[in-house]
Design a protein. Structure first.
Length: 361
């Protein structure tokens, strides 16, 4: 057990790191952020900040010497850096969880091995391979980079096979990776709704699962998450939760794990996973007795997991992108609204500036 009063290291200084640090502070922990940037949303709430590259061994050693345990707020960290760090200080989730979840083929192969369903997909490393894959799985399809994809980035829709070249160019014609392939192509799933399973797993294998939120995306970016979800999702949630539990157990995952699904006429179809707190779980700050952020801190420190029960009858989280954050005066005037602004100054279109959660009886 890592007792309160200890220092938690956080790799990454974005809004997820900010909310993790706030949750840690409530439990009596200090946070020390390590990030390549000189500042970020977590700067204002973390006790310490180290600027450095994740590949910088000397900087990592200095960071490890100043923290009692480390975690990460996003998966775009090299697993080798996490493995290096874990040789000096406990790290949760492990490099193994990161290795699977950050690389699309790995997560799809694991899910299939555990009996879950995914879209029909193929690995591709060239335009020629993409054309051959489309001949097998058909169109419409979606081309995705295998690494560093989030909020719809690194993706291109393919409605007809003749659009393969444009799609390959749209994702930047990714160069070959040292290990693995640069892209995959997936048959497009005919779905009625999207949802996610968010759970926290403790070192002893105890698991706490949140109510399943229904997620609505706009232009590849999450717009809203709502609980309770529609009936179709509630019917398919038990199967999805069972798969997410199996994934967490297979990985020996410690901390929050998020798995995203499509609700289809034939049942849930796995989309992707994240070994961390997730945008679709932001509603838990006010909407659940113990938020995903606090449960992540509890899990990695070996504390008892908190209750995931709802605090109200209906909870909706809305992302505030770009100039949406300018609505803050009106949002603060809403009796049932809880506003979170991340402290970002540059309100570019599509950039996550904050979120608002509404809890109703």
């Amino acid at each position: 057990m890592i007792p309160p009063g200890s220092t938690i290291g956080i790799l990454g200084g974005g809004q997820l790191g900010r909310m993790l640090a706030v949750a840690a502070a409530r439990l009596g922990y200090r946070s020390h952020v390590f990030a390549p940037e000189a500042s970020g949303p977590a700067t204002e709430v973390a006790a310490e900040w180290t600027q450095g590259r994740f590949e910088d061994a000397d900087a990592m050693k200095r960071f490890a010497a100043r923290v009692d345990i480390a975690t990460y707020e996003f998966e775009n960290v090299d697993p080798h850096a996490v493995a290096f760090l874990s040789g000096r200080v406990p790290v949760a989730p492990s490099a193994g969880s990161l290795e699977v979840s950050r690389y699309r083929p790995n997560e799809k192969e694991l899910v299939a091995e555990l009996g879950g369903r995914t879209a029909d997909w193929r690995s591709v490393d060239s335009l020629g391979a993409l054309s051959a894959a489309l001949a097998e799985i058909g169109a419409p399809a979606i081309l995705k980079t295998t690494l560093f994809g989030y909020d719809g980035k690194g993706q291109a829709r393919i409605d007809f096979p003749a659009e393969a070249a444009d799609a390959w160019a749209a994702i930047g014609s990714p160069p070959p990776l040292r290990r693995g392939v640069p892209a995959i192509v997936e048959a497009r799933v005919d779905f009625a709704a999207e949802f996610s399973v968010i759970l926290a797993r403790a070192p002893d294998g105890a698991v706490a699962v949140y109510d399943t939120p229904e997620n609505v995306h706009r232009d590849g970016i999450l717009h809203t998450s709502t609980v309770p979800a529609r009936d179709l999702i509630l019917e398919q949630a038990p199967e999805a939760v069972a798969l997410a539990r199996a994934v967490a157990n297979r990985l020996g995952h410690v901390g929050v794990l998020t798995c995203e699904f499509f609700a289809t006429a034939d049942g849930p179809v796995f989309n992707e996973m994240a070994p961390r707190v997730h945008n679709s779980g932001h509603w838990t700050i006010e909407g659940a007795h113990c938020s995903q952020f606090e449960n992540h801190i509890r899990a990695i420190c070996g504390l008892p997991l908190g209750s995931t029960a709802l605090t109200g009858g209906r909870v909706t989280m809305e992302n505030l992108l770009g100039p949406d954050a300018d609505r803050w005066p009106a949002l603060l005037a809403e009796p049932a609204a809880h506003l979170h602004l991340y402290g970002k100054r540059d309100a570019q279109p599509g950039r996550k500036m904050g979120h608002v959660t509404r809890v109703t009886c």
